[in-house]
Design a protein around this ligand. Sequence first.
Ligand code: IPM
Ligand code: MG
Length: 354
Amino acid sequence: MNMNIVLVPGDGIGPDIVREAVRVLDRIAEIYGHDIAFREIDAGGISIDKHGVPLTEDALAVAAASDAVLLGAVGGPKWDHVPGSLRPEKALLGLRSGLGLFCNLRPAVIYPELSSASPLKPSVIADGVDLLVVRELTGGIYFGEKGRNPDGSAFDVMRYSVDEIRRIARKAFEAARLRRHHVTLVDKANVLETSRLWRETVSDLAKNYSDVELDYMYVDNASMQLVRDPKHFDVLLTENMFGDILSDEASMITGSIGMLASASLRNDSFGMYEPIHGSAPDIAGKDIANPIATILSAAMMLRYSFALENEAKAIEDAVSSALRDGVRTKDIALSGDEWVGTAGCGDEIIRRIK
Ligand code: IPM
Ligand code: MG
């Protein structure tokens, strides 16, 4: 298969970890006989430095013309002083909305080998944690009208249409069908009108998915249940900002934020894939960062954008086997453990790809 992949290394450790994912993809191409062309674009702080804006129209156009995008991370303290509309994060938001990526999948799983890294008590995670946050990504308060009033007050508007809710809810039900057939809609329907629209729309749509159990939870309660009883959750469906917050919480309870991948999708096969963690500028360029989340994001890319299930599985199996064999980067090593650097971790995974 021919694949045109756009790389967005971005800032901080972004280039370190994307480099390893590219080596993994090259190895897959070699073993399975694919042809992958990579093209790189600037986004985030590096683009501010080079072009004066976090994302140029050219860069967006190059991304839009590709089959899939693999992103490292954007942002860092270096750009903290730039005005809001020019912040590095704007690059992410611009890619998401410019490419129409309304569906954000953020799986949170506890790897048995790393369960001691979870901050939760062993009894709470005894049955493991395996949940999927399905976050609406191009609507809501992130993209509503925002501004300042003459009286000095400020506002951000949360708006959702029925269509925006339906298309993401469909994705959640479909994802649940491939998992444990359970969707929890997380909202604030006791206060917010948009949340009431979400409940009406999702409960209506649920009639088409009678094989999937649907329940509802207020977002404040959901944030408690995530640490009290994480196994309650299979697919957690929610709007943009709640999803931002809850996916950070969900990733933390696994104790392995350096391991978690994500996909941002729309209704065709195009997608953008990135690790859940940030740009960690303090360890950038030091061959310390854990590349696994980015490598697993590349696996998600093969699965969702290219329907290459065997190849995706080959990467995931290589990662699991490296973990079983005790390969650890600094962030997941217990004190006293030996650990490998970013490139060393890439090597260990690459040589286990079958
Ligand atoms: C995320 C990040 C972004 C978001 C920021 C960097 C704009 O926190 O991907 O979760 O809020 O969506
Ligand atoms: Mg976030």
